[in-house]
Design a protein around this ligand. Sequence first.
Ligand code: GLU
Length: 521
Amino acid sequence: MVRVRFAPSPTGPLHIGGVRTALYNYLFARKHGGTMLLRIEDTDQNRYVPGAENYILESLQWLGIEIDEGQSVGGPHAPYRQSERKEMYRQYAEQLIADGKAYYAFDTADEIEAMRQRLEAAGADAAQYNAITRLQMNNSLTISATETQQRLANGTPYVIRIKIDPKEEIRFKDIVRDWVVVHASTLDDKVLLKSDGMPTYHLANIVDDHLMEISHVIRGEEWLPSAPLHVLMYQYFGWNAPQFAHLPLLLKPEGNGKLSKRDADLGGFPIFPLLWQDPATGAVARSFREDGYLPEATINFLAFLGWNPGTEQELFSMSELIEAFSLERIHKAGARFDIQKAKWFNQQYLKAKTDEELALSLTGPPVRSWVLNKHTDNPKPMTHDSRLTTHDLPKICRLMKDRVTFPQEILSDAPFLFEAPTAYEEAVVTSKWNADATKTIGAYAADLEIYEGDFLAESVKAIFTATTERLGIKTGKVLQALRLAVTGAGHGPDLMLTMEILGKNEVISRLKKALESLPVA
Ligand code: GLU
């Protein structure tokens, strides 16, 4: 039975690397008909950030990563929030003490600091609380059992530390990294239970993975150094360890070093799934959703950050990913975070949407507010412009969707739909605006005026052909001048469809305005 968990700590906005971890867990669970858990690891109360847990839930929901067991959906191992499981952990730490695999330590912060300084002065590589140094410290191994009991009874603060047996060699086979071999003498006696009674990450994580019957631990490479300790802890508890798969790091766009928030700020790209406003500073971080990335594109992009299907296929729906996914195809090497690739995916998914679907997404709140903010001199939502109604939106999407990366650009890259030109592209005026052009455009405006049928791309095109034929002027010679008159620019999307969207009155008025504004000598 495959049971996997995504186990984030709510210490801030979920990073896109965390989303990838969640995605790989989800794909693996679904592929094997298993169960996907969400466990909130909030035992470090100093680092708790309000809102972070909701942010995690909303991010997963936006992307379609479904949770089978968790705080929000319930399940047989509830609660799924570690702070609410606090009382459970102590007994496990005490069980290890009873088995001689852990001990009470009463050292004060000063005593630990003094040990550190002593070891540093002696030139030790690492000042660790370990098999050697513990014999000089203030703990239940160096004081008598009676004294220990007295101190526990009188409320002397203590922690529980694991007692690493330094003679062992720890070996385990990571599904991604293959064999990992570490000598136990390199590990320190990590704290399992803190003086405030809270478990540390290591204790809570192992106990919960065991109790929740986790079969595979799929998590970021930053946890690989903790894995030998975890393997040893399973052994000390006498439990079967789950299988491990440590996912490759996300690297900077240039490929050297770990991706950071700073890289994202400098490169002007998001590394958070959703808008996040820092509760302390009020600062807002860029995000995939608000930047206009579609959830399908974001998923496809993330799936390929550290995995590939081994075929040429690049576009995968969630169900295709589930079908194709395997832990064995995850790469060992770090995955370069190439935002250009994310944009490419976005374009593909955008193009694949119907005009109606896209139009709907343009009336949603993120894009609407983006449009509002972008055009501060025109604070009306553009979709409510006087001439263009939401009923034009699907047509606008058809006009623009092959030319943009993000949905909001469908509107922002088409200012000519919302305002008549106030200036005309100089180079096009010079090369194309001549006597033939003005003659054609004047005649065309008149022909349009008497036309009474539906104002469609095909009809305005046919009329233009008829006008130029009548005048004996080649359409190709004056077409760019027509575009100039209608949009002010020499290049742009389909001109006939543009005119259809603008409508008869607006087109005629623009043609006349161009003739007035651009006299030909
Ligand atoms: N709470 C840890 C984190 O924030 C979980 C690591 C793990 O999956 O074991 O990433």
